[in-house]
Design a protein around this ligand. Sequence first.
Ligand code: NAG
Ligand code: NAG
Ligand code: NAG
Ligand code: NAG
Ligand code: NAG
Length: 341
Amino acid sequence: MDLKSEQPIANERISNGSSNEVVTHKKSGGKIKRHCRRFWWLDLIILAIIVLVVVLPLIFVAIPKKAQHDLNASTLEVTSQEVTSPAPDGIHLKLVTTARSGSKFHPTIEAFRAGLSLEGKEPFLYIDVPETKANAETQIVVEQDLKFASLGQFVDYNKVVMGSEEFDVSMNGKTKLKLSGLRAMSVDYNKKITMKGLNKLNGLNITDLKVLSGAGVVLDDGSNLIGNLTIPNPSVMTLDLGNVTMNLAVDGKSIGTTLIPNLILVPGTNHVPMQSTVNQLAIISLIKSKYTNGVLPLDIVGNSSVSGDQHLTYYEAAIQSNTIRIDLNVGPALAAVNITV
Ligand SMILES: *[C@@H]1O[C@H](CO)[C@@H](O)[C@H](O)[C@H]1NC(C)=O
Ligand SMILES: *[C@@H]1O[C@H](CO)[C@@H](O)[C@H](O)[C@H]1NC(C)=O
Ligand SMILES: *[C@@H]1O[C@H](CO)[C@@H](O)[C@H](O)[C@H]1NC(C)=O
Ligand SMILES: *[C@@H]1O[C@H](CO)[C@@H](O)[C@H](O)[C@H]1NC(C)=O
Ligand SMILES: *[C@@H]1O[C@H](CO)[C@@H](O)[C@H](O)[C@H]1NC(C)=O
């Protein structure tokens, strides 16, 4: 809207209140031209009103609304989430997300701080999202050492991760969008991200079971039953759970504990060794009396998760809240040490 180019010639200085502009005006014959000269100030006011009514709402209302709308419509997918260096009060997080947008606008989203929370709850972590140029598909990587915003919320979050096939995480923050030529626009960044959880560790299995009996065979820590664990992890999460111990029970009675040393769950199927300290006599008597086919209905429930000498209470709460039942055939392992059932 350049006033000079629309109404050239003649020199009259006017001041239009908000800004001082030099406006030129046509000097010529004819009624219309005379009208123009007499009412040049009216034209100017009309023009100013058009600018105010059309352009300003466009800049200050329509475009920001459209920008917010398009941001709302965009989706965020977590493609990888690595939680490592677990400590009692924090973790190291590497979060890789893909933002998808069908918008014609490709603004730059200013770096901002976002809270991660379960829906309707207080955040368990705040992450620093780097400045991002929004394209149709944009990868955003956040990698940082983080202290928990709330340990209680992080405990609840981990229970949900453990117990759910799928769950939602809310990501909320305030940021600014920059489009070339326009001033930065404030927007709310509120995303609901649906993720796969550990689904109660369904499908966990024990293989390669070996009974260790006799001096020199039992491990230093007293472990007298070893084997391998198959742990499916349907999520995109890598979780460093430290040294994990689990309680083993049959019919509600403890038969021992098992250690899974340095358990780092990765996405997909995990094969990890385990070493158990069990009451072998109790197992043999269960098989001689009740489970004569050698198959024990074994209940496995989390006991501890320890890194260094520190308990990871948030993982402990999650694994303690989860009981896994498997039918464990101990017949072959007992037969291997000449105990026939
Ligand atoms: C964007 O989403 C929020 C809810 O997160 C809603 O309150 C707001 O009205 C939406 N804005 C637009 C422009 O769609
Ligand atoms: C668990 O492992 C045992 C021993 O390898 C195998 O026989 C059994 O089929 C497995 N169970 C499942 C549910 O995969
Ligand atoms: C567990 O699996 C690994 C790799 O497949 C194997 O080397 C190891 O011997 C297994 N453990 C037992 C107790 O058989
Ligand atoms: C963990 O195991 C120890 C030793 O077996 C036991 O005393 C303790 O009660 C267990 N804790 C939980 C939470 O199961
Ligand atoms: C697990 O325990 C072993 C033996 O005590 C120790 O060497 C190892 O560092 C522990 N791992 C972690 C992650 O703390």
